[in-house]
Design a protein around this ligand. Sequence first.
Ligand SMILES: Nc1ncnc2c1ncn2[C@@H]1O[C@H](COP(=O)(O)OP(=O)(O)O)[C@@H](O)[C@H]1O
Ligand SMILES: [Mg+2]
Length: 219
Amino acid sequence: MTAKIIAVTQQKGGVGKSTIAMHLGAALHEKEKKVLVVDADGQNTLIHWSSTTCEEVGIPFSIVNLAEAGGEIHKEIKKFVNDYDLIIIDCPPSITEQISGIVLLVASIAIIPISSSPADYWSSIGLMKLIQQAQIINEDLKAVFLLNKTEEKRMLTRELKRSLKKLSFPLLKTRISTRECYKQAMALGKTVLQMTDRSSKLASAEIRACTNEILMLLK
Ligand SMILES: Nc1ncnc2c1ncn2[C@@H]1O[C@H](COP(=O)(O)OP(=O)(O)O)[C@@H](O)[C@H]1O
Ligand SMILES: [Mg+2]
């Protein structure tokens, strides 16, 4: 078993990297994949999230903290590749950190969350250049944008989609809508896939669809 590596990366904070990394992990686990989620961001959102124990059900898959690994992160990741089908890496919100660059050298795909804010678009330009540099060495590296927190500001989303066409990487068909349940899930130490209210069910459907799209790209 040699794990495929999925990097969830973006220069900006607050775009949903951690939320998407955790939910991709949950949807892959549900598909009976052996999945490891790596917290590579010093803010350690995923470590805090998974150690929140409000209820009996917690995060049902492995999460490891490699935020301190710095320029050695590829060596730490290598220790896990034989034990998992997929390794998802929640990257730090910076392209100047060594971790962000190195992860792109070992990843099969980079998922770039983006919302409708122009700032997200601008920060994607620098990241796109970093990914293109990585692709010189890691020729198999794919990259895709994932629209997160849509719904609000529909006009802007349309504008953003037009702008994204100018960038080199495609946009996943599935969009992740803004829903309170993502915040609730984080506060409860679980994912929306484990919640049964209507909003969580709609959110789960989006997460599953997005995961399927990514799996197709990894084939
Ligand atoms: N689709 C969404 N709908 C509602 N809230 C979201 C959504 N995606 C992320 N959030 C919230 O936005 C905040 C930032 O998300 P997070 O995943 O921590 O971003 P990042 O890791 O990029 O800094 C969190 O409070 C999270 O719950
Ligand atoms: Mg984060």
